[in-house]
Design a protein around this ligand. Sequence first.
Ligand SMILES: *Cc1c(COP(=O)(O)O)cnc(C)c1O
Length: 372
Amino acid sequence: MGCDFLKLAVSGVQSLHPYLPGKPVDELAREQGLAVDDIVKLASNENPLGPSESSKSAIKQQLSELSRYPDGNLYNLRKTLSEKLAVKPEQLTFGNGSNDVLVLLAECFLKEGCSAVFSQYAFVVYPIAIQASGAEGIVVPAKNHGHDLEAMAKAIRKDTRMVFLANPNNPTGTAFDADELKLFMGKVPEDVIVVLDEAYFEYAESVDHPNGVQMLREYPNLVVTRTFSKAYGLAGSRVGYSISSPEVASILNRLRQPFNVNSLAEAAAVAVLNDDEYLQTSRDVNSQGKVQLEQGLARLGYDFIPSSGNFITFNTGVDGVTCYEKLLEEGVIARPVANYGMPSHLRVSIGLKKENERFLEALAEVQGRTAQ
Ligand SMILES: *Cc1c(COP(=O)(O)O)cnc(C)c1O
């Protein structure tokens, strides 16, 4: 009786599991009967500063144009960003978040019969995009929770079309340095596209941290993705982009939805690109919050993975989901990473000083209760 629609879905989609987002504040408020203001959300690596004043006022000014289609070429954003990055405007491809661009890359270059390489504990969007395309995903075991670039280069097969790297990686916060990346790129055949996801690039503090954009000239098969969702404080407006060779960009542009970035998002992104102070404050707040959380976690006796991003993943020593649920009762939303194969870890985004304090207090409370 009835139709089994799952059987109708393409094979890659049949076995997919949907992306698990962080719990929204409103949802927890309803579930626990808490006031929205009493809840601290450190679950989705969002910018704790809120959006910049510059973005908010740009959106207000843009509102009267809402009945018009956006500029499909994103002239203003393209011009501003290409100047900022010192690349040609035609090297940029924009998306509804960089997630959109990651999926677009897989759609354009992967299909059944080919493969794509990514690391254990890497961002879960890569296996989703690979699987949906029908290609085979090759998972390379991580080294110290980070990418084992040597093993990843060796894992490339004849049928491999793409490699996904995240630097810094989410959810582990690990990063590789410029020398390691160059060594890796030297081993990758020129017909294998290397997608270097730099969603947290702006937060990376190490002097050896590579800047993918500066390597594009030397490696035409490199595609760098970045986003306005994290350090630029615009996760809700959805803007991300890739920087690649103009050839790759023109291929992506064939399949890209013509209006995949909306006009409010474009205005907000241009404004915050011109707002150096906001970016600097984002970095400073993150840098201080990282020290605060590291010290707090160490004080409570937790092992954490040193992070180059705006979040820290730590070992709860117990079941991560149980710890997550107990934190929820305290009004604190962290992120379980059991779906990444890390059942005893939790990821916490770095918040404002007060939010980090609340998190550490809640964690101490949960730890005390668990010990009894
Ligand atoms: C947050 C994140 C992104 C960016 O997502 P958007 O779609 O741009 O909001 C991309 N890659 C990684 C590893 C991330 O954590």
